[in-house]
Design a binder for this molecule. Structure first.
Ligand code: GTP
Ligand code: MG
Length: 423
């Protein structure tokens, strides 16, 4: 797995404030309330896109924010809603909160997830006109948008894993077909850590290859560089198993890798493979044919066996063609069997909107709950009418009853969303 990771702040738009105003008409000293509502703040969405390959653009852009809603205005004019922000991220990005809770796991192109909800616009005073309250001197603040510290983590999962004994030519092949420039040399263990290369098979097919260090007999017991690098190809769709045509014992060279895969994980051993005999540029067809037959005897029935020269490029196009064909087959099968959404561990925000709790703290009572906190965030605590309305809402929600049951005394403080009001 190749990880790219950035920390950002996500901020949805604040809702616009409601307006407190009264109609001015000729000859009328003070008309009815006409303050419009604030517009809702913009939401922040994350969208997975194949056109995005890295998180590099977030290295310096640390704030990801949607626009706020406009404030309400006189003459019942509502504020305009803030524009939503759609953040394009590479497929494979996982978005978590700073403490590691998964918010969205972007696994397929075009997947779009809401990650932060904009604040609701506050009601203007025109909203509160009723027969009993003809001239309300009350307007709400817009609610803040959701905001949190987030981590974008891109786990690049290679489509194809290159495996084989040291010196088989894995890095040479990667260099031939991709943008990667791995180290290549005629001694074992040239590659010490995995290399990743992007391969454009044709104009519609881009494939990610992982070249890992060579395996030797006993790698599962720590011989050579060990086998922990196999972790990097565990989630690939296909393994390309390179065998050096100049090995004294082709069958054994092939079998060593098969055994080491099985020792690492039976699941990995079952992963589909294309076996590729490499370095054939100077060899007779007959010898190449013998090599292919040798491997055919040990390989599972139906295994594709090809011969190439990573150096000269002979047979490489055909290999890429076979890889493309195989990936298409996998994609078609996936499309038939399940929709991508089925396996998404997307965690939605809690739905406990209306729930609340009262906690006693020394001389004061703290009210916790999403809905009531949202009301509080929209309340102007300097306005007695605003505070009274919050009290009314708390009574309606049953919070006042609970406070009374807990023997709250007049003058004691009630804390909601870091604001306080007196009982
Ligand atoms: N003649 C010939 N030599 C090749 C070919 N492909 C690779 N080689 C040579 O084989 C040697 C090993 O190549 P690498 O690409 O480093 O092999 P590797 O499998 O990545 O090796 P490790 O990283 O050590 O596991 C180098 O000297 C290459 O030049 C080929 O098609 N023909
Ligand atoms: Mg190498």
């Amino acid at each position: 797995m190749f990880v790219d990771k950035v920390e950002v702040t996500i901020r949805a738009g604040k809702g616009g404030d409601g307006k407190l105003s009264f109609r001015h008409e000729k000859f009328v000293e003070r008309g009815g309330p006409d303050g419009g509502d604030g517009g809702n703040g913009g939401d922040v969405y994350a969208e997975a896109s194949n056109n995005q390959n890295t998180l590099a653009s977030f290295r310096y852009k640390k704030l990801v924010a949607a626009n706020p809603g406009d404030n309400g205005e006189k003459r019942k004019k509502h504020g305009r809603a803030g524009q939503n922000l759609v953040v394009k991220l590479p497929v494979g990005t996982v978005i978590t909160t700073a403490d590691g809770n998964v918010i969205a796991d972007l696994t397929y192109n075009g997947q779009k997830e809401l990650i932060a909800k904009g604040g609701k616009g506050g009601f203007g005073n025109a909203h509160f006109t009723s027969s009993t309250r003809q001239a309300p001197r009350i307007a709400e603040f817009g609610e803040p948008g959701e905001e949190f510290a987030a981590v974008f983590e891109l786990k690049m999962i290679a489509d194809i894993g290159l495996i084989g004994l040291p010196n088989a030519g894995k890095s040479t092949l990667l260099a031939k077909i991709s943008n990667a420039r791995p180290e290549i040399a005629d001694y074992p263990f040239t590659t010490l850590k995995p290399n990743l290369g992007v391969v454009d098979i044709d104009k519609d097919t881009t494939v990610l290859f992982a070249d890992i260090p060579g395996l030797i007999e006993g790698a599962s017991q720590g011989k050579g560089l060990g086998d922990e690098f196999l972790r990097h190809v565990e989630r690939t769709k296909l393994l390309v198993h390179l065998v050096d045509a100049y090995q004294d014992n082709i069958a054994q060279a092939y079998q060593t890798i098969i055994d080491e895969l099985a020792a690492y994980s039976p699941k990995l051993a079952k992963k589909p493979q294309i076996v590729v005999i490499n370095k054939i540029e100077g060899l007779d067809q007959e010898i190449i044919g013998d090599h292919i037959n040798t491997i055919k005897k040990s390989a599972k029935r139906g295994t594709k066996i090809l011969a190439i020269s990573a150096h000269s490029g002979q047979g490489v196009q055909q290999l890429l063609f076979e890889i493309k064909k195989y990936l298409q087959k996998v994609a078609e099968k996936q499309a038939k069997t399940k929709r991508p959404e089925d396996e998404l561990p997307v965690i939605k925000l809690p739905k406990l909107e209306a729930d609340w709790r009262v906690v006693k703290r020394k001389n004061e009572f703290v009210v916790i709950g999403r809905k009531i906190e949202r009301f509080a965030s929209r309340t102007d605590f300097d306005s007695s009418a605003g505070v009274q309305r919050l009290r009314d809402i708390m009574r309606k929600m049953g919070i006042m009853n609970e406070l009374e049951r807990r023997q709250i005394k007049p003058g004691q403080k009630i804390i909601v969303d870091q604001n306080s009001l007196e009982y």
